[in-house]
Design a protein around this ligand. Structure first.
Ligand SMILES: *Cc1c(COP(=O)(O)O)cnc(C)c1O
Length: 419
């Protein structure tokens, strides 16, 4: 790759920003090399500061379901620039966005808007604790819910062991409020509930995992979770920050027919602007301030620019339900002929090529992938003009802007991978 300008920018960035990046995976640590600094995006394509163009399967890590600079989003943003970009006071657009979310995801009877997925999951956990009066949360190994203190844990050995912090800076006492279980294990869930049932406030899950690569829920897994939460008085939180408006218009809860008590959303609902939300049952959300005693707030929450972009995306999707069949079809075409020895997981327009010939159903099996081979594949694709996520343990995304030709070009590049 010819990246002299990106190399110079990275050197300059490293002096003032840790690692030169504002989110760690952007630094390409797990695949090596210099991350291209991006100058612009057009539909399915991004162009770096050295003039290299790439077909983009990162799509800003999921938000850009309609591709870069969709005209409806640009028009909505321009309209806001004419009237003011922030008031810290209620605006009509916020109601419209909440109504659009509620119409697509009926379980979200009430919604509170926040600025990032991390804030959404942090707040949902607090609401679950405040509502139930309990402290423990169950999460699943390999699921990512943002950089919330108590959720950055990995399991100790065995089922129903309390978590150990996965990062410096998280007090042991916070990690102790989390039980980490293997994804797709109904047995582990049952064991955890029988050991700690009356202390569990919530189960939080990516209903389709996307942050250890794409891993679908095994048949019965989400159903068992729903049943156990109801039996034990715990709240079921679907973290649909990635899957909401992505795997289906109504998210994974529509796809699998499960009604969670609380849901977190983000990414697609902002069309590339920073916004997220949490919501669910009215009786639960009525405990949130100013109505109830559970405090949560935000200076820029419901920001007019982000809300306007969100409305543009969700109105477009509501008016063009065929978008989902189209992106699913093109993603299926992309996944039809993977390189040899690769296991492909796909749900809708989320996909991962795992460099292992064994099925990938949880974090343990994902970790059996040959990450060195993935790194070679990644750089082969980058040199072929295809921008994939720079880690084996990420999902790829196809947008409505990707054409059949883009997919065919990408598949041809993958087929030419020498191994
Ligand atoms: C991206 C993501 C988050 C965190 O969202 P941020 O906006 O990065 O804070 C939380 N949960 C899931 C499932 C995500 O994919």
């Amino acid at each position: 790759m010819h990246l002299p300008k990106s190399e110079a920018l990275l050197e300059r960035a490293r002096r003032v920003i840790p690692g030169g990046v504002n989110s760690p995976v952007r630094a390409f640590r797990s695949v090596g090399g210099t991350p291209p600094f991006i100058a612009r995006g057009d539909g399915p394509v991004i162009t770096d500061v050295d003039g290299n163009a790439y077909i983009d399967y990162v799509c800003s890590w999921g938000p850009l379901l309609l591709g870069h600079r969709h005209p409806a989003i640009l028009d909505a943003l321009r309209a806001v620039l004419d009237v003011g970009t922030s008031f810290g006071a209620p605006t009509e657009r916020e109601i419209r966005l909440a109504e659009l979310i509620q119409a697509a995801m009926p379980s979200m009877e009430m919604v509170r808007l926040v600025n990032s997925g991390t804030e959404a999951t942090m707040s949902a956990l607090r609401v679950a604790r405040g509502f139930t009066g309990r402290e423990l949360a169950i999460k699943f190994e390999g699921c990512y819910h943002g950089h919330v203190d108590s959720l950055l844990v990995k399991a100790g050995s065995g089922v129903a062991t309390l978590g150990l912090p996965d990062t410096a800076g998280v007090p042991r006492a916070f990690a102790d409020t989390t039980i980490a279980l293997p994804y797709n294990s109904i047995e582990a869930l049952e064991a955890a509930f029988s050991a700690h049932g009356d202390r569990i406030a919530s189960v939080i899950v990516e209903p389709v995992a996307g942050n250890m690569g794409c891993i679908p829920p095994a048949p019965g897994f989400l159903e068992a979770m729903r049943r156990l939460c109801t039996e034990h008085g715990a709240l079921l939180i679907f973290d649909e920050v990635m899957t909401g408006f992505r795997v289906a218009h109504g998210g994974a809860q529509q796809l699998y027919g499960i009604r969670p008590d609380l849901t977190t959303i983000g990414k697609v609902i902002g069309g590339g602007l920073p916004i997220a939300g949490y919501g669910g049952r009215t009786d639960i959300m009525s405990h949130v301030a100013p109505v109830g005693p559970i405090y949560q707030a935000g200076t820029l929450s419901g920001n007019p620019l982000a809300v306007a972009a969100g409305i543009a995306v969700l109105e477009h999707l509501a008016g063009h339900p065929e978008v989902y069949a189209g992106i699913e079809e093109r993603t299926a075409a992309l996944c039809a002929a993977p390189p040899e020895g690769v296991t492909v997981n796909r749900v809708g327009s989320m996909f991962t090529f795992f460099f292992t010939d064994q099925p990938v159903t949880d974090y343990e099996s994902a970790k059996r992938s040959d990450t060195k081979k993935f790194a070679r594949f990644f750089h082969h694709m980058l040199a072929s003009g295809v921008y994939l996520a720079p880690s084996q343990f990420e999902a790829g995304f196809v947008s409505a802007a990707h054409s059949a030709e883009d997919i065919a070009r990408t598949a041809a590049a993958a087929a030419a991978f020498p191994g």
